[in-house]
Ligand binder design. Structure first.
Ligand code: AMP
Ligand code: MG
Length: 359
């Protein structure tokens, strides 16, 4: 049995985990920085990096202590080396390098997106390559054909906002705080998805990609144009506005789901045989999205696989697992491996419309 220490610090979760080749998470600590960033309504990179630097080392110590282990018991050390906010990535990667050097263990530089992409295999030993993956998070919205470790074909990506970003920004418009995705989903349960007509960008388009910026702007307009309640004919009575915040939330969520399903259906039609439809990333926590994807998979006679919620949002167990998959294939990285703010899973994928020249 191999044991990998995983470290995650690419955005606003600081995490350490010990994972075995038998798919057991021996111990894991995760500290969310939601409280730290809430006053700013989004993640502030400099503050995130400082928080990682304060929290990571004691967290690794606590993770090892929980499992009753020391670094001597670990076979390799895996850390997110990108993509992500570079200050945070550097904190995690440099910590992993120092530990690898001190304990004389191999270092594995993990692509955070590969962590998300392979996490369903940590949860499900039956899941074999190839599978179609929808990676939907705060920073990413991609459809990928996962053919093996390090073997990805990007079939679609977003030309503007990520899906989680659209949830968060729409939630902000509705005054739901940060991060708003889960709160928006809760509010949507009380609303009527047919009340507010919202656009479905790129629905039915020959282009395979996603777009959510126009939908997000339409949410803002719907909120700004919401008519105020008016005095009714009967004294003291009030006629409510034609729609409520909950209706906007429900209508937004339904529009987002319609776009997601349309794009996923298009990808499934063109991809060839796959073993499953898989969803990963923080937005996979959304129950309405899971249900819609489950139905889509059933339409195509495919199993639908969604990792447990704790594995969907950023965590270190998925980094340890991706490191393990690489370690088992004899891979490791030198101590001078670079931290990468950008690191596409499929470097051969064509640049999308609207993409800048950021390499
Ligand atoms: P990640 O980027 O993978 O850490 O995931 C975080 C993103 O997932 C944020 O944009 C959250 O708002 C979003 N998210 C988390 N839970 C939900 C939910 N229930 N519905 C929609 N979005 C969610
Ligand atoms: Mg993520």
């Amino acid at each position: 049995m191999r044991i990998i220490l995983g470290i995650e610090s690419s955005c606003d979760e600081t995490a350490a985990a010990l994972v075995t080749s038998e798919r057991t998470i021996l111990a894991q600590h995760i500290a969310s920085q939601d409280e730290v960033h809430r006053p700013y309504g989004g993640v502030v990179p400099e503050i995130a990096a400082r928080a990682h630097a304060e929290r990571l080392a004691p967290m690794i110590e606590a993770t090892l202590a929980d499992a009753g282990m020391t670094l001597d018991d670990v076979d390799a050390i895996a850390a997110t080396a990108g993509p992500g906010l570079i200050g945070g990535v550097m904190v995690g990667l440099v910590t992993a390098k120092a530990l690898a050097m001190a304990a004389d263990k191999p270092l594995i530089a993990v692509n955070h997106l590969e962590g998300h992409a392979l996490s369903p295999r940590l949860a499900d030993p039956e899941l074999a390559y190839p599978y179609l993956l929808l990676l939907v998070s705060g920073g990413h919205c991609q459809i990928l054909l996962v053919e093996g470790v390090g073997q990805f074909r990007r079939l679609a990506t977003t030309i503007d906002d990520a899906l989680g970003e659209a949830f968060d920004k729409s939630a902000k418009v509705l005054g739901l705080g940060y991060p708003g995705g889960p709160a928006l989903e809760r509010l949507a349960r009380e609303g009527d998805a047919k009340k507010v007509p919202l656009p479905r960008p790129l629905l039915g388009s020959a282009e395979p990609h996603f777009s959510f910026a126009g939908l997000k702007s339409a949410v803002l307009r719907a909120k700004q144009n919401m008519p105020p309640p008016v005095q009714g004919c009967v004294a003291g009575s009030v006629v409510p506005p034609a729609y409520s915040d909950a209706d906007i939330a429900a209508s937004f969520q339904q529009a987002a789901i319609d776009c997601l399903i349309d794009r996923a259906r298009r990808a499934l039609a063109g991809v060839g045989p796959v073993n499953a439809l898989v969803v990963a990333g923080g937005v996979a926590a959304n129950t309405a999205i899971r249900t819609a994807l489950e139905n889509l998979a059933a339409d195509h006679d495919l199993p639908f696989i969604a990792p447990p919620l704790a594995l969907c949002t950023d965590n270190a167990a998925m980094i340890a697992w991706a490191g393990l998959e690489r370690f088992e294939r004899g891979q490791s990285d030198p101590l001078d491996v670079a931290a990468r703010p950008r690191w596409p899973l499929d470097p051969d994928a064509e640049a999308v419309r609207g993409a800048g020249v950021k390499a």
